[in-house]
Design a protein around this ligand. Structure first.
Ligand code: GRF
Length: 215
C-alpha cells in the first residue's frame, strides 16, 4: 500500500471545504490523509478536525506578544506544518495573506480554493461574500470556483482547475455562494487527488494535467 499524501490544512471559517476533504479521504476518493489543521482563529474548521481526531492547532493571530508580525506568525505555522511532515498544504477558507518564508517553503505544494473564476474577482479584499457581491454588482451571468497554487501574488498563482457556475436571476451573495460551495468541495478534492497522483506539472504560469498513469 503506497504511503498516503500527507496534507496540512489551514482554515479560518466554518470548515465545509475541510470536511469535504476529510470525507473524501475517508471514503478513499483521495489517496491522502489530513495530518494537521491549523487556524488563526477558533473556528468551525478546528472543531471539525477535533471531531475527526486530527491534530487541530489554534495559532492566535491576536496574540501580538507571541506573534508581533506576519512573518513571525507564518514561521510558527510553518514549524507546525513541518513538525507533522505535511507534503501538501491546502488553504480551505484561510483568511491570512501569506508571507515569503511560508510560500517559498511550500512552493508548488500549497493550494487555495477561491469562489470565483480567477483572475476575475480575486486579490486583496476579495474573500467570502465580497466576491459574490462584486460578481452580482458587475452583472456577471456566470461565476464559479478556482483551485490554484499559492504564490505571493494573492489569488494570482497558477490555476489548477476551474468550474463555471451560473448566476441566476434574483441571486443574492448568499444564494450564489451556496450554489458555488458544493462545486468548490468537488474541485478541491479533485485537485488534491491529481497532486497525489503526480499529474500536475507547472509550465510557466500554466498547470498541465498529465493523463492518468503518466507521471
Ligand atoms: C469558501 O467559500 C471558500 O471559497 C472561501 O471561504 C469559504 C470557506 O468556506 N475561501 P468553508 O469554511 O470551507 O465552509
Amino acid at each position: 500500500m503506497a504511503e498516503k499524501l500527507r496534507v496540512g490544512v489551514l482554515a479560518s471559517g466554518g470548515g465545509t471545504n475541510l470536511q469535504s476533504i476529510l470525507d473524501n479521504c475517508a471514503a478513499g476518493r483521495i489517496d491522502a490523509e489530513v495530518v494537521i489543521v491549523i487556524s488563526d482563529i477558533e473556528c468551525g474548521a478546528l472543531a471539525r478536525a477535533r471531531k475527526a481526531g486530527i491534530p487541530a492547532e489554534h495559532i492566535d493571530r491576536r496574540d501580538k506578544d507571541r506573534y508581533p508580525n506576519r512573518e513571525v506568525f507564518d514561521r510558527a505555522v510553518l514549524e507546525r506544518l513541518q513538525a507533522h511532515n505535511a507534503e501538501l498544504v491546502c488553504l480551505a477558507g484561510y483568511l491570512r495573506i501569506m508571507t515569503r518564508e511560508l510560500v517559498d517553503a511550500f512552493a508548488n505544494r500549497m493550494m487555495n480554493i477561491h469562489p470565483a473564476l480567477l483572475p476575475s474577482f480575486g486579490g486583496q479584499g476579495m474573500w467570502g461574500h465580497h466576491v459574490h457581491q462584486a460578481v452580482l454588482d458587475y452583472g456577471c451571468k456566470v461565476s464559479g470556483c478556482t483551485v490554484h497554487f499559492v504564490s505571493l501574488d494573492t489569488d494570482g498563482g497558477p490555476i489548477i482547475l476551474q468550474r463555471p457556475v451560473p448566476v441566476e436571476e434574483g441571486d443574492t451573495p448568499e444564494t450564489l455562494a451556496a450554489r458555488i460551495l458544493p462545486h468548490e468541495h468537488a474541485l478541491f478534492s479533485e485537485a488534491i487527488q491529481l497532486f497525489a497522483e503526480g499529474r500536475l506539472k507547472i509550465d510557466g504560469h500554466r498547470v498541465r494535467i498529465l493523463p492518468s498513469g503518466q507521471r
